[in-house]
Ligand binder design. Sequence first.
Ligand SMILES: *[C@@H]1O[C@H](CO)[C@@H](O)[C@H](O)[C@H]1NC(C)=O
Ligand SMILES: *[C@@H]1O[C@H](CO)[C@@H](O)[C@H](O)[C@H]1NC(C)=O
Ligand SMILES: *[C@@H]1O[C@H](CO)[C@@H](O)[C@H](O)[C@H]1NC(C)=O
Length: 502
Amino acid sequence: MNIIKFISFSQLLVFIASCNVHASLSKDIDDWLKVQVPFSTIKIKNSIHPPNSVNGILIAATAKTDNSEPDYLSHWTRDSALVMDTLLSLYEKSWGSEQQAYENLFWDYAILSGKQQKMGPCQPYIKYECEAKGGPGEPRYFLDGTIWRFGWGRLQNDGPGLRASTLMRFANLYIQKTGDVEKVKNILYTPSNFQSVIKADLEYIAHNWYNKCFDIWEEIDAHHFYTRMVIRRALLDGASFAKKFNDAGAAGYYTLQVKNLEKSLEAHWNETGGYIMEQIELNSTPERPRTQRNIATILAILHSYNHQEDFYSPISDKVLSTVLQLQLDFLNEKTYEINQIKFDSNNLPLGVSVGRYLTDLYNGTIYDSPDHSKDEGNPWFLTTLAVSELYYKAALLFQSKPVTITKLNLPFFEFIGADMSKLELDKTYQPNSEQSNNIVSRLLVSAENTVRTVKKYVGGSPGTMKEQFSRHNGKQLSAPNLTWSYASVLSVDYYRNVIKNS
Ligand SMILES: *[C@@H]1O[C@H](CO)[C@@H](O)[C@H](O)[C@H]1NC(C)=O
Ligand SMILES: *[C@@H]1O[C@H](CO)[C@@H](O)[C@H](O)[C@H]1NC(C)=O
Ligand SMILES: *[C@@H]1O[C@H](CO)[C@@H](O)[C@H](O)[C@H]1NC(C)=O
């Protein structure tokens, strides 16, 4: 039987397109992920409830081994929510005792979170120095679960947004797998109890999103694109979640805040510069120079995007223009020396090593000298992999949505090596057209090149991952075994597999 006879012409095009997709993925990346993903999963699991900690703790990194490393041996609201979220895809596939083990981890995390939201300001430490303000916006906790009471950049309101999102995704999966709605209602979301853990976070962010707070990098007290995007995501999902539990009043209030948030997020678009600004007011000083271009804006897209909607989607020309400009910042030879290296030792192409923002000074050693002329930031694993993840997501979306060439996205398509002779300004190309397929395939090749850059500087198969790698020689720097670095490998692998199976 000739199968070609049984598939229509348009199906045939899809068939051809998906062949292209697979041809754009590389064997060396397949081979590396095959070992780096299980290794990263073990590292993540080791970071949960380590010795001398209480149930539900997830450490941001292992203990420092020398003075060039910062001490991240504690629990952050942000990091733990993001890392736990990457375990949900493993929970989804699990069954039997493995499923039970994941559920235990999530319940421990939820119960500890519920206690932490109610801590402070400072009562447990009346006898000691204490600067904690308390409540769901506190960023950091000791291994015994209590609030970090020393000076810190607080509050940080992305944390409760991320935590609510992770716990809602867990709750939905848990109900799907076990049918046990009651437990979710009793512990995670009780309409009449404002202190139940998910509701406590949702109420807090719904009433506080317009306040200034510290950012994802814990440096600036301002209004942030990242914080507002992840809060918007949580409130949008929160509205459906509240409806599910017959909490219509809350659902209405969250939906209203989403509308207000969207207006405020649109103001982060810089029309002249053609990029999304992480902060609108730039608190730049000679000691702490800042730029509005910041990879936090891309992480915001990754950590808040839902494939069902178009608000700042990975294929919006605003997002593509922003990710291009960020990479150009780091490609400048004066920024990162290692970006002059274009091929790995097997002569395969590399992508761009990406840091947090152009004028970053943080190398893991807390700056203590008044002279910052020698300070310089470096590329990070999780920020470099953010570019790959965005590209995989964009490639997925362009397989089903048309692409219109605009002044904003044209330079991006040129940058990733699309065939410019076939692309015309203001023209729209349908999915599976020659032009769209070429863009998808270039996005995938560029995503793979960027993963290869991380593979090179991880330096092992598998290899441990710190937070940063040197802009001069690629040597790993700063916090050892940063849990979030490992989590970023898992999320890149997840979306890459979605592509492979598409
Ligand atoms: C927008 O970007 C331009 C170019 O980078 C910059 O000069 C300007 O200050 C930015 N606008 C705002 C409102 O910050
Ligand atoms: C990090 O920066 C500090 C301060 O400028 C410097 O003393 C230190 O050597 C740097 N560390 C590394 C590993 O480059
Ligand atoms: C990472 O963690 C392992 C233990 O899991 C430890 O042996 C190693 O020294 C840590 N540090 C680095 C930089 O890998």
